[in-house]
Write a protein that binds this ligand. Sequence first.
Ligand SMILES: Cc1ncc(COP(=O)(O)O)c(C=O)c1O
Length: 422
Amino acid sequence: MPHLALRGGEPVLKKQLPPVITIGQEEKDAAMRVLDRGVLSDFVGARIDKFLGGVEVKRLEEAMCAFFGVRHAVSTNSATTALHAALVALEIGPGDEVIVTPYTMSATVAAILMNGAIPVFADIDERTFCIDPWSIRQCISDRTKAIMVVNLFGGVADFEAIREIAREENLKIIEDNAQSPLARYRGKLAGNLGDVGVFSFNVHKIMQCGEGGVLVTDNQEYAFRAQLARNHGEVYVDQSPELANTVILGSNYRMSEIHAAIAYEQLQKLELFTKKKLELIDHLSRGLKGIPGLVLPYVPSDVEHVFYVYPMRILESFGIKRDVFVDAMAAEGFPMSKGYTKPFYLMPILQNRRVFNTTHFPFEGSHYNKKITYLKGLCPVAERMYESEFTFTMICQYPRTIADVDLFVTAVHKILEYKNEL
Ligand SMILES: Cc1ncc(COP(=O)(O)O)c(C=O)c1O
């Protein structure tokens, strides 16, 4: 009789874990408050008071400022649109290069392309999975305008080194903090470590309102440009003679009142969610400690990690290939990731260099008299993570329990014990 569920044995998890639900009475009351008021969005795309949205949107933005110690917050309907607005805020467009990690959710890089700018890929640090400052330096050219830093998996990138490069080369830093709210770098909250930071409130994130995002910055000019990007800024400009020379094409990136009211309540619970999750993370690390070839998360001494996911690496000495192990864990009842995301440049959009219909814009044209290529091998560490080493679990997501984590650990040890069945 086989033991492993992958071979027909009994799975460790007898029935699926319930879905992760973090919505409580507070969020329900908040949504009802908005519905009772009957004003589900209070934005108008013109130069009047309502240009900046309704009471719930403003309340969330004030709370974000107070919580993250930042002067300006601009809510949006996703982090993707907030990232796009961040590039608009910094006036980054055709002919400009932005240095970015290829190992991220696609929106980070898509935002660069949406602005007609060129992504230039720096490799990642295999310990933190965040962009490697050494590799950033190799990517700098006279076209470079900004570095897009992603704080991945709940960790924080090496900001000291990145800031030094930005200072020396006169570059802006956009911080994609979608996965790391409440993480800290040298005691300072992530999200406010660069020129503009972005948070996500999508359904998978630590705080969620379904779909939503927030851009934060200490710079008033950037905040204003982000507000223009969010809400049909070309109309606002038309109504403002003093802005006649402002170049802006706005859109509708506005957050609804219901989403803002729910996001506000989730922000109040961020510390609780994180504390509970970190207890489970600690328990999981103890359960997995000492397994040869299984590299547990590395947290630099100046980082407070919030573990959006629990990242691991599987080396040859583990004795089971990553994909086989992930299949075996899934059969035991615990889905895990096979490599996170394909390095962005390996996707057809950049392999074919086709972003806008049949043209090769923004890679070719009089605005960009260079040749950029996106060959396999460009970022070997990111490729290795994707192809063979990296995996993660979300078993520690609040409100899972110690008992759930114990079952996960049991499944890992069971697979190792019966690996001859694989
Ligand atoms: C690193 C990162 N950036 C950006 C996004 C986009 O967030 P949203 O879904 O709110 O647009 C995500 C979402 O998964 C993400 O993980």
